[in-house]
Design a protein around this ligand. Sequence first.
Ligand code: XMP
Length: 310
Amino acid sequence: MKTKPFIEKKLNEIKDTVGSGKAISALSGGVDSSTCTVLAHKALGDRLQVIYIDDGLMRENEDQYVTRIFSDMGIEVEVIDARKDFFSALKGIADPEEKRKAFRNKFYEAFGDAVLKSGARHLVQGTIAADIIETKGGVKTQHNILEQIGIDSEKGYGFKVIEPLKELFKFEVRKVAKSLGLPKELYQRMPFPGPGLATRVIGEVTEGRVRRLSKATQIVEEEIADLDPFQAFAVLLNDKGTGIEQGKRKFGEIVIIRSVESKDAMTAEPTKVPWKTLTKISKRITEEIPTVTRVAYEITPKPPATIEYI
Ligand code: XMP
């Protein structure tokens, strides 16, 4: 893939598809949707409305981060608070595939409402090649796949989807992002899945469990940053394990630390995290999140495991 001609081609395609109308960009703050947003903004200017849906499942203070970094690039981001809707859509669901489908449905309903209000006909989103391959191959339903598995977005949600990056893998998206002038902290950002922390909470996704996982995620990201892994995060299991508090048994939560190296997210190897870093993370998690009694490091490559837990 040659970056400059790729960008030119995509700018023309977006202009041709949207014509004189308006479009909405579904921004999550990840590399893929950020790249799409800048690309579509270059193509459409003010006719692009950029929306960040706060589903309550993103990293801590992500809405503030996203609005600031895009405002620095001269792009205004509208934040829609849909936390309540997402938590009620996920209530009581423990099955991983059902969870993904419930998230996808709520995600597109929320954008369907936004599109309807704005008078736009198109939604720009950051689907990449790995998302399509894994969903079509039956590994898991990635949140942003519709047309490739026979779902008509216009009939179902009232808009057509534009996916400028769907032929690219992550390392190629990063090249496009760099060439478009996105800041380094954005184009080098670790991947973060669309359904967010819902992919890392085993069992029911509740606000309390997500809040604790979000804190654990922040600790892992902070402590592991120097190693610059492809992706590193925390996972909250549904099991419990015994710990000790003031000399008495405490049956507490279990957090898994996952860190992997990969080029395209299709295969991955566990990061050789130094012992000192792991023990520091474990100490911080058990001290800063008192409901957790155990922390473990996961060493399974992909395959046979996947990167995320659901
Ligand atoms: P897995 O878990 O399948 O993940 O090995 C491969 C890569 O894709 C990310 N991922 C997602 N990204 N929507 C996304 O936008 C999703 O539904 C989704 N599920 C997984 C994951 O973080 C990893 O980088």
